[in-house]
Design a binder for this molecule. Structure first.
Ligand code: FAD
Ligand code: AMP
Length: 479
C-alpha cells in the first residue's frame, strides 16, 4: 500500500481539479488522478472543458466571429480592411496554444496548493481505496478517507451515423478541421451543435442542422428561443426541426445522410458531418465490483443533493452525476464536496445555475422560463427590453436580441432571466446573483446601472415588469 490521503479525486476536469485544489486549501492531504493523454503524448489536466470543450470551442467562436465582423461589419464603421481571409490552420494553432497554456497551468496550481498529481487510470476498489494503473499497466493502491469521483462524460454516438475518420465526427473532431468544409451537416440543435455549426458557417460552410425535436431550444424562454432561431437563420444556418436522422452512407469523400420529417424520408449530402446528440457519463470501470456505489440505468452515479453516493465517504460530481453538464456546475459541486469533507456546512443552489450558448448573439439564461413557471401553476409577470432600443447596442453594432425578466406575480421574486444579445453570457451573472440573494425584480429595477452598457437592457427589462421601462414606447400603464 502506497501513500494514504485524506482525499483522492479521480478525474482532473473542472469538477475534479477544482475539488482537489479546494480540499488542499482547506488543509486536507489531497491527490488527483488523471489519465487524459494530450497531443504531446503526456498526461494533461483540465478534462473535456479545457482540452476539447469549453475553451477550444470558444477560441474558434471568437476567431470566427472576428472574421465575420472584419469581413462584413467594419465597412459600416468606416474601417477599410481590404480583402479579409481566414487561415484556418493558424486559427487552430492559436486554439491549441490556449489549450496547452491552460492545461499546463493546472499542474502549476496543483504544485502551488500541494495537490499530489497521480498519472493513470483510477478505480475505486473499496470505500477507502483507489487503484491507479499507469499507461504501461503498472498498478498502485492508495488509501483515502474520502474519494471524489469526477470522471466526466463523453459524446453520445448513434447507430445511424457511426464515426468515420475525418468525415463523420463528434464535437472533438469538429474542433480539428484543418479546412472549411463546403457542405456541413450537424446532427442536433443543442448547445454544442449550434456553437460548432456557427463556427463553420461563419467561415463559409453551408450548414444544415438536423434536429429530431419540433421545438427549438425548449429549455430557453420561448420568446428568446424564437428570436434566436430567426437570427441564426438570418446568418445562414439552415435549422431543420422535426428531422430525425435515421441512416448515413459514406460515398467517397461525401456523406449521404437519411432523415425523416413530416414530409417523409429525406436525403442530404455533406462533405463533413458533426454528430452532436448529447453526452453520456463516463463511468464504465471507475467503480470496482462490490464497492456498492449505485449507478442508474444510463450510467450516472447516483448522488444526493450534496453529491454523496450510496457509500459513505465516496462522493461524485460533475458530468458523471445528474444535473446540467456544465463546467461551472461541476466546479461548484467540487467546492461543495471539499467543504463538506473538511467539516464545513455547504450546499448548492441548483435553481440558479447559468447556461450560455456562445453563438452570436449569445443566448444566456438562469431559472425558469415563463412557460415553466405557468406549467408549475405559478402566476408570473414579465418584462422584456429589446437591444434595438439600447444606445450601447447601437454603438456596438449589436442591436439584435432582447432581455427578459420573469418574476412571481404575487411576491415579485425573480424566477428567471433569459437573454439573447451580445455579451448575454456576461450579463446573466446579474440574474444569478439576484436569484441567489432571493431578490425581487424591483431590486434590479431600483439599482443604478452604468451608462451606456448592454446591461441597461436588463435594468429596463426589470423596470418593464411593472410597466416602468423608460426607453420603450407602448409600455404598460403605470400603477
Ligand atoms: P470532464 O471535464 O469530462 O473531466 C473528467 C476527467 O476525468 C477527464 O480528464 C478524464 O480523462 C478523467 N477521467 C475519467 N475517468 C478517469 C479514470 N478512471 N481515471 C483517471 N481519470 C479519469 N460547459 C460549460 O460550462 N461551458 C461551455 O462553454 C462548454 N462548452 C463545451 C463545448 C464542447 C464542445 C463540449 C464537448 C463540452 C462543453 N461544455 C461546456 C461542457 C463541459 O466541458 C463539461 O460539463 C465539463 O467538462 C464537465 O466537467 P467534469 O469535471 O465533470 O468532467
Ligand atoms: P444536447 O443534448 O443539448 O447536446 O442536444 C442534442 C440534440 O440532438 C437534442 O436536441 C436531440 O433531440 C438531438 N438528436 C438526438 N438524436 C437525433 C437524431 N437521430 N436526429 C436528429 N437529432 C437528434
Amino acid at each position: 500500500m502506497a501513500d494514504k490521503f485524506d482525499v483522492i479525486v479521480i478525474g482532473a476536469g473542472p469538477g475534479g481539479y477544482v475539488a482537489a485544489i479546494r480540499a488542499a486549501q482547506l488543509g486536507l492531504k489531497t491527490a488527483c488522478v488523471e489519465k487524459w493523454i494530450g497531443k504531446e503524448g503526456k498526461v494533461v489536466h483540465g478534462g473535456t472543458c479545457l482540452n476539447v470543450g469549453c475553451i477550444p470551442s470558444k477560441a474558434l467562436l471568437e476567431a470566427s466571429h472576428k472574421f465575420v465582423e472584419a469581413k462584413h461589419d467594419f465597412d459600416d464603421m468606416g474601417i477599410e480592411a481590404g480583402d479579409v481571409t481566414m487561415d484556418v490552420k493558424k486559427m487552430m494553432a492559436r486554439k491549441d496554444t490556449i489549450v496547452k497554456n491552460l492545461t499546463g497551468g493546472i499542474a502549476g496550481l496543483f504544485k502551488a496548493n500541494g495537490v499530489t498529481a497521480l498519472e493513470g487510470t483510477g478505480k475505486v476498489t473499496g470505500s477507502k481505496q483507489v487503484e491507479v494503473t499507469d499507461k504501461d499497466g503498472n498498478s498502485a493502491s492508495y488509501e483515502a478517507d474520502n474519494i471524489v469521483v469526477a470522471a466526466g462524460s463523453v459524446p453520445v454516438e448513434i447507430p445511424p451515423t457511426p464515426l468515420t475518420e475525418g468525415l463523420i465526427v463528434d464535437s472533438t473532431g469538429a474542433l480539428e478541421f484543418q479546412e472549411t468544409p463546403k457542405r456541413l451537416g450537424v446532427i442536433g440543435a443543442g448547445v454544442i451543435g449550434l456553437e460548432l455549426g456557427s463556427v463553420w458557417s461563419r467561415l463559409g460552410s453551408e450548414v444544415t442542422v438536423l434536429e429530431a425535436m419540433d421545438d427549438f431550444l425548449p429549455m430557453v424562454d420561448s420568446a428568446i428561443a424564437k428570436e434566436t432561431q430567426k437570427l441564426l437563420k438570418k446568418q445562414g444556418l439552415d435549422i431543420k426541426l422535426g428531422a430525425r436522422v435515421t441512416g448515413s452512407e459514406v460515398k467517397g469523400d461525401e456523406v449521404v445522410v437519411k432523415y425523416s420529417d413530416s414530409q417523409g424520408e429525406q436525403e442530404l449530402t455533406f462533405d463533413k458531418l458533426i454528430v452532436c446528440v448529447g453526452r453520456k457519463p463516463y463511468t464504465k470501470g471507475v467503480i470496482g465490483d462490490g464497492v456498492g456505489v449505485d449507478l442508474d440505468e444510463r450510467g450516472f452515479i447516483h448522488v444526493d443533493d450534496q453529491c454523496r453516493t450510496s457509500v459513505p465517504g465516496v462522493y461524485a460530481i460533475g458530468d458523471c452525476v445528474r444535473g446540467p453538464m456544465l463546467a461551472h456546475k461541476a466546479s461548484e459541486e467540487g467546492i461543495m464536496v471539499a467543504d463538506i469533507i473538511a467539516g464545513h456546512k455547504a450546499e448548492m443552489n441548483y435553481d440558479a445555475i447559468p447556461n450560455v450558448i456562445y453563438t452570436f448573439p449569445e443566448v444566456a439564461w438562469v431559472g425558469m422560463t415563463e412557460q415553466d413557471a405557468k406549467a408549475a401553476g405559478i402566476k408570473v409577470k414579465t418584462g422584456a427590453f429589446p437591444f434595438a432600443a439600447s444606445g450601447r447596442a447601437m454603438a456596438n453594432n449589436a442591436t439584435e436580441g432582447q432581455a427578459k425578466v420573469i418574476a412571481d406575480a404575487e411576491t415579485d421574486r425573480m424566477l428567471g432571466m433569459h437573454i439573447v444579445g451580445q455579451h448575454a453570457g456576461e450579463m446573466i451573472a446579474q440574474g444569478v446573483i439576484a436569484m441567489e440573494f432571493g431578490s425581487s425584480a424591483e431590486d434590479l429595477a431600483l439599482s443604478c446601472y452604468a451608462h451606456p452598457t448592454m446591461s441597461e437592457a436588463v435594468h429596463e427589462a426589470a423596470l418593464a415588469v411593472e410597466g416602468h421601462a423608460i426607453h420603450m414606447a407602448n409600455r404598460k400603464k403605470r400603477k
